[in-house]
Design a protein around this ligand. Structure first.
Ligand SMILES: [Fe+2]
Length: 334
């Protein structure tokens, strides 16, 4: 039995959605040291929110900011279009060429979905269900941000994800984003979703295999850790890494990832014409990594614009996306 410090447990239990959580199970799986670090960071967000709420000005910052954004869109005649765009993710299909890819994986199709923030756009689940029913793929990977806010109840978002689950296929793997509580990892197995928090699984096909690895969020929680993955990554002919934010590109390259799939940035979400992002919420990350394909040393990266929206249910000059990455054995034709 792993004990969680009583003080931390008291802070967690102050929030009703954490009261029924089996923390001993989480500690047994992830280890008490990791769990304590992760949960302490989660509680720091609640402390920050409490500080805002207790300050007369802080209380109004977020609502005013969100209303201001919508007012700005309305004043420029873009609000209706921006709301429509938030509900019209594009389907993208692209190839990733890997010289070391085992032959059996040539043509392997990976559906990549990210940044749902379901509670901000409740109709997103229905839109995705319709869209995904038309797409064929071998495996589905989710790169985090299921909840809208980065604190508070997550039930509504999980229900939406569960409603989409039937169209995600037989094999679904997921990492967490900076908006996600670790506690949802206890719910994923019942939904037929395999969570990867600094863990990896072998994907097998035709007697051959590649590694699918996932790290915890490196943007806010900073609880990502490549150490437990290293031995398997060294052994793997090809490693596909799931990381919520592309900010871990240097560590991914050092660990030997071949492919890195991310989200987090929303591609800017509210952009200037031409999709030029104004804000992307990344630190020390090249602009090329804010959306689409990029390369860093041996890593072929891809940052999805995500399916949903954050803060407000609007997108401007930056549609969301549903992506299928098709793995190809060989070298890209120029
Ligand atoms: Fe996000």
């Amino acid at each position: 039995m792993h004990e969680i410090p009583p003080e931390l447990l008291k802070r967690l239990h102050a929030h009703s959605h954490y009261r029924e959580v089996d923390y001993a199970r989480l500690a047994a799986h992830y280890g008490p040291a990791f769990l304590e670090r992760r949960l302490d960071r989660q509680m720091q967000i609640y402390d920050r929110e409490a500080r805002y709420r207790n300050h007369w000005l802080g209380r109004h910052v977020k609502p005013v900011y969100r209303r201001g954004l919508k007012a700005g869109l309305w004043l420029t005649g873009q609000l209706a279009r921006a709301r429509r765009m938030a509900r019209s993710p594009r389907r993208i299909e692209r190839e990733i060429f890997l010289p070391g890819l085992p032959e059996a994986f040539d043509g392997f199709r990976m559906l990549h979905l990210t940044d749902f923030h379901f509670d901000y756009t409740p109709d997103l689940a229905g839109i995705l269900k319709e869209m995904l029913a038309e797409i064929s793929f071998d495996v589905c990977v989710l790169t985090g941000d299921y909840r809208g806010e980065d604190f508070g109840p997550y039930e509504e978002s999980l229900e939406a994800l569960e409603s989409v689950r039937p169209v995600l296929g037989d094999a679904v793997y997921a990492v967490l984003g900076n908006h996600d509580s670790l506690e949802i990892m206890l719910r994923f197995p019942d939904m037929g979703i395999h969570g990867l928090v600094n863990e990896a699984v072998w994907l097998e096909r035709g007697g051959e295999r590649i590694l699918l690895a996932g790290v915890d969020d490196g943007h806010w929680y900073r609880t990502h850790d490549f150490t437990p993955l290293r031995a398997q990554m060294e052994e793997a002919a090809v490693t596909v890494l799931l990381s919520h934010s592309p900010e871990l590109y240097r560590e991914a390259a050092a660990a030997g990832a071949d492919v890195m799939l991310s989200g987090h940035t929303h591609g800017g979400q509210l952009c200037l014409p031409g999709g030029i992002p104004l804000v992307a919420h990344v630190h020390d990350t090249p602009r090329a990594m804010i959306r689409g394909a990029w390369q860093w040393e041996g890593v072929q990266g891809y940052t999805s614009r995500g399916a949903g929206t954050s803060s407000i249910d609007c997108r401007l000059f930056c549609p969301g996306e549903v992506t299928v990455h098709v793995l190809r054995r060989g070298i890209a034709r120029k």
